[in-house]
Write a protein that binds this ligand. Structure first.
Ligand code: PEP
Ligand code: MG
Length: 561
């Protein structure tokens, strides 16, 4: 259906939160429109009148920030309160006054005044330099007030709506209310973008990387499909509402899944949780999981300057192991410091390409004691709690690395495995399995390295997608090696949390899926609905698909028959 000369429905992007939403589009603009700026030709009686107009605009901007701050909490509230103060700043007003007095038009004077502050803040460095973004945000908002446009950034809609944005900044997302923000659609951004993370936390149906989204006319009714990754414009309202209601009912049914993980015909699938510390482990332990498939130990130490002692480490790991008792098991990953997870006492600094540098297991090459002490701490925690600990290393690239690591782990009486995150390790999975007890595929990094696309780069979202057939081939090779060796091969990257993709992964022979606790029930319930044979058909379909969208569509077709 064509609903606008520029926008052809449905638009397609990367699905992030698998749920449906129907509501009118509210466009979040990050800039004031150039037309409104060009049309702004105010006639002020004198310079004081121009400064008064500035003053009124700045007060309105400040009040807007203060209002938002009241509804936010923590760091977000602090940032917003600081911005409210900066917008009313007397120094900024004097700078604008000076430029008006020198004959500048009001918009030029505002720009020059702000730039003066930008120069000062930049010169001060540190935290003050970081406030430059806030200054520019204030300028855009003051200009919007002056030319009579809504301020750029998120406006809280009066009626429940779908927010459509280029991308959302952290300050935009502070205080998003799911009661009025039914869905999120962004033109940029990938599955790891800020918008995606917030949408997952809040459970708001979301599709990111939607090319052409900003051309959607404001107010257009949208059907956001966070399962298929589509945005339909102006759908038939009755059938759209029926689909949303059916989706909500289905999700409510999913929430009642209680495990254990298996397909409809009883093929067992271990469903496990990803955890970061004792607190998240205790929360995850009440979910229907058979244990932990990924304990990211480095996340316990992001704020530590010095390496914790073996005793301290044993206590920290013991909190996680203890949460799961003696009848479940915990896969502990050794420090994955470096690249996107800097740990002061371990990370090498000044690398040109940190993602390809000394991260993960590679940190032990010139500092073997760091790994030895961590393994000792893990072994102590396992002995104290009685919980079975499996131990795996991140960023393994060769068979020799896997063998050396496994020897150390087994010497402590623990099960040894490695993560498959580097394509070389996936291709040699059969040989690595000769020297370890299990494998766990980190699809986030495997995708990044297979596609040569930075997992943090929002512009490369179409590449950093685990549905890419090349990534799935590497997973299939690894799963096949596991089946041949009769050893477990799990998935612990974000791909495991996607109920649709999970069916195909199980069909490839993956034996466990580990994910954020929130995803456990939707994934478990989806698998319980399909036979193992359908999972195998899904695996074949995604491996044969030309691109991620074709793979998703093929699995959706299979599951709906
Ligand atoms: C992964 O790379 O998929 C993974 C689970 O590890 P992390 O996301 O912590 O790098
Ligand atoms: Mg990783």
């Amino acid at each position: 259906m064509v609903t606008s000369p520029e926008v052809r429905s449905p638009l397609r992007g990367t699905p992030v939160v698998p749920a449906l939403a129907h509501g009118p589009a509210v466009l979040v603009r990050s800039e004031v429109s150039p037309e409104a700026i060009a049309a702004y030709r105010p006639e002020f009686a004198d310079a004081e009148a121009a400064v008064a107009a500035y003053e009124a605009a700045a007060q309105a901007v400040s009040a807007g920030f203060a209002h938002k701050a009241e509804r936010a909490s923590g760091a977000a509230a602090e940032v917003l309160t600081a911005s409210a103060g900066l917008a009313r700043d007397k120094g900024l007003r004097s700078a604008v006054r000076k430029h008006v007095a020198a004959g500048a038009g009001l918009l030029d004077a505002v720009h020059a005044g702000v730039e003066q502050f930008v120069t000062v803040f930049t010169g001060m460095g540190g935290l003050m330099a970081e406030r430059v973004t806030d200054l520019r945000d204030i300028e855009r908002r003051v200009v919007a007030q002056l030319v009579g446009e809504p301020e750029p950034g998120v406006v809280v809609p009066d009626t429940p709506s779908v927010l459509v944005a280029e991308d959302l900044a952290p300050s935009d997302t502070a205080g998003l209310d799911p009661a009025v923000v039914l869905g999120l659609v962004t033109e940029r951004g990938g599955p790891t973008s800020h918008t995606a993370i917030i949408a997952r936390q809040l459970g708001i149906p979301c599709v990111v990387g939607v090319h052409g989204a900003m051309a959607i006319p404001a107010g257009t009714p949208l059907l956001v499909d966070g399962v298929a990754g589509t945005v339909e414009l102006d759908p038939d309202p009755t059938s759209a509402q029926e689909r949303v209601a059916a989706d909500a009912a289905q999700r409510a049914a999913l929430a009642s899944w209680t495990g254990p993980g298996q397909t409809a015909d009883g093929a067992p699938v271990k469903i496990l949780a990803n955890v970061a510390d004792g607190e998240s482990a205790r929360a995850a332990s009440s979910a229907p999981v058979q244990g932990v498939g990924l304990f990211r130990t480095e996340l316990c130490f992001l704020n530590r300057q010095d390496e914790p002692t073996v005793e301290e480490q044993a206590n920290i790991y013991g909190e996680v192991l203890g949460a799961f008792g003696e009848d479940r098991y915990v896969v502990v990953r050794t420090l994955d410091a470096g690249s996107d997870k800097p740990v002061a006492f371990a990370t090498h600094t000044g690398e040109e390409n940190p993602a390809l540098g000394v991260r993960g297991l590679r940190l032990s090459f010139d500092n073997p004691g760091l790994l030895d002490r961590q393994l000792e701490g893990i072994a102590k925690a396992a002995a104290t709690t009685g919980t079975e600990a499996w131990v795996m290393a991140p960023m393994v690239a060769t068979v020799a690395e896997a063998e050396e690591f496994a020897t150390k782990v087994r010497a402590l009486g623990l099960k040894a495995g490695v993560m498959i995150e580097v394509p070389s390790a996936a291709l040699l999975a059969h040989r690595i399995l000769e020297v370890v007890d299990f494998l766990s595929i980190g699809t986030n990094d495997l995708t990044q390295y297979a596609m040569a696309a930075d997992r943090m780069a929002t512009d490369l979202a179409h590449l950093t997608d685990p549905w890419q057939p090349a990534v799935l081939q590497l997973i299939a090779i690894t799963a096949h090696a596991g089946r041949e060796a009769g050893k477990p091969v799990g998935i612990c990257g974000e791909a495991a949390a996607d109920p649709l993709l999970a069916t195909a992964l199980i069909g490839m022979g993956i034996s466990s899926l580990s994910m954020a606790a929130r995803a456990v029930r939707p994934v478990g319930a989806q698998l319980a609905k399909v036979s193992f044979q359908t999972c195998e058909a899904a695996a074949e379909a995604v491996l044969g698909a030309g691109d991620p969208a074709a793979g998703r569509a093929a699995v959706l077709r299979l599951l709906s028959t």
